[in-house]
Design a protein around this ligand. Sequence first.
Ligand SMILES: [Ca+2]
Ligand SMILES: [Ca+2]
Length: 434
Amino acid sequence: MDNSGQGNMKWRRYRKFLLVFTVLTGMAFLCMWLYTSEPRKEGICKLRRTRFPLERAGALAVRYYRTLAEQSDAIKDVPNDLSHNVRFFGIHLPKLELSGCIDQEGEAFVLYLDTNANGLLSDEKCIRGSRKTARFEYGKKKYWFFSQYDKWEYWRFGPITLEDGSSPLNNNTQFFLLAGSLKIIQVYPVDSYIGKIRIGDKVYEVLLMDSDYDGQCRTIFSAECVQERWPDCDSIAFDNDGDGLFRHVFFHSVEEIPLPRMLKIEGQYYAVDLSENMRRLTLVKTEPEFGTVAFNNANINVCLLSDAFSGYINTSNGVYSLPAGHYSAYCFKTQIKVEDNNWEMNCQYNTGQLKYFEIKPDQTTRLEFGPPLTAKVEVLKQAREISLNLKLFGSGGEMYRPNIQRNGKVVDEPSFSILDENGAVLETGRFKYG
Ligand SMILES: [Ca+2]
Ligand SMILES: [Ca+2]
C-alpha cells in the first residue's frame, strides 16, 4: 500500500474515533443536563428510584434497637460456635417481628436471623457483614472533599429479603442491617425515591422513603398508630435549606415528615398526590379548614406530626390555629413559672395527652401538660444487676427528660435510699442523668 493509502486509512480511523468520542461526550452532557436540570412546572416532581441515602436522611426511616447479652424468650436454640461476645435483639417493624443475634468472629461481625420464625437460630445460615465507612456531613458545602464530616465505620448486612416462600415472615420487606458496635443495630430500607420540585421560584430536593418497610412508599400517616418513637407509615423529606441533607433535629429543623395527605411549604398548604408507581409527586394548592388547640400552659414549642400539617408550632398564649386533622406530638419543650421559679422541661416521644388528639373544623381541642409532676422509679433487672430509673410524669401523663432546668440551671440529680423491711437504710446514692 502506498503512503497516501495508509494516510487515508489513518484518517478514517481518526474520524471514527472522533465520531465515537463526540457522540459519547454528547450523551454524557445530555445525561448530566437531564440529571441536574431543574423542573420547570410548578408542583410536579418526577421521582427516580435510588439506594437509600443513609448519610443524608433517615430520622423516621432508620430504626435502631439495643441488643442484649441474654437471649430473649423468642429464641430457643442458638448455633454452637457463638463467641462469649454474642448479643441478641428483636426487630419490630409494622408488619414484621424478627429475632436474631449478632456475634464477633475475629475482627468481623456475623449475623443470624430467625427467618423461618421457629425460635431457632441453629437452623439459620450465617450472614456475613461487609465493612463500610459513612461520612456524615455538616455545613452548607455539598462536596465531601471540601466539607467537614464525621467518619463512622460499621458492618453492613444484606440486602436482607424475606421473600422466600418457605418463610412465614414472607413479605416484600427488603432492608439492610448495620452495626457499628455489637450493642446497637440499625435497620434501614434498601431503596428510596428522589427528585426535585419547584414551588414558587424555589427548587427543593425531595426524598420519599419506605419507612414502614412494606416495599412501597404510599402509606399515609395515621396519628392513632404512632408507637413510642416511629410512626408506622412512609416518610417524605424536603431539603428546605438546600444543604443536601434531609434533617430532622429536635427543636431545630424538621425536613423529614411522615407521608401526609396535605403539607405546608412557605405558608401555603398543598394537597399531596403520589402516583401508583411512586414516580410522580404532585402538590396542588389547597385551603384547609381550621380548628384550634388550647393548652393549659401558655408557653410551648411542640413538634406535631399529622396527615394535614407536620412541623413546629410555638405559642406564648397557649392557643394555636391548626388545619383539621389527627395529630401526634413528637416532642415539646416548655417554660413554666411556678411561684418565683422558671422551670424549663422537655419531652420526647412519650408526650401524654399530646400523643394523639384531633382538631375539628371551628372547634377547640383542650390539652393538658406540665406540673404537678409525679416521680416514679422503674426497676430493671438484667443478669445479676438491678438498675433504678427515675421517671418524671406531668399532669397529662407525659414523661419528661431528666435534664429539667430551674432558673437556667440543670437541677441536681435526685438522691435515693434503699431500705430493708424494717426501714433501716441499706444503701444511699444519686441518680445519674443520661
Ligand atoms: Ca411503605
Ligand atoms: Ca436540609
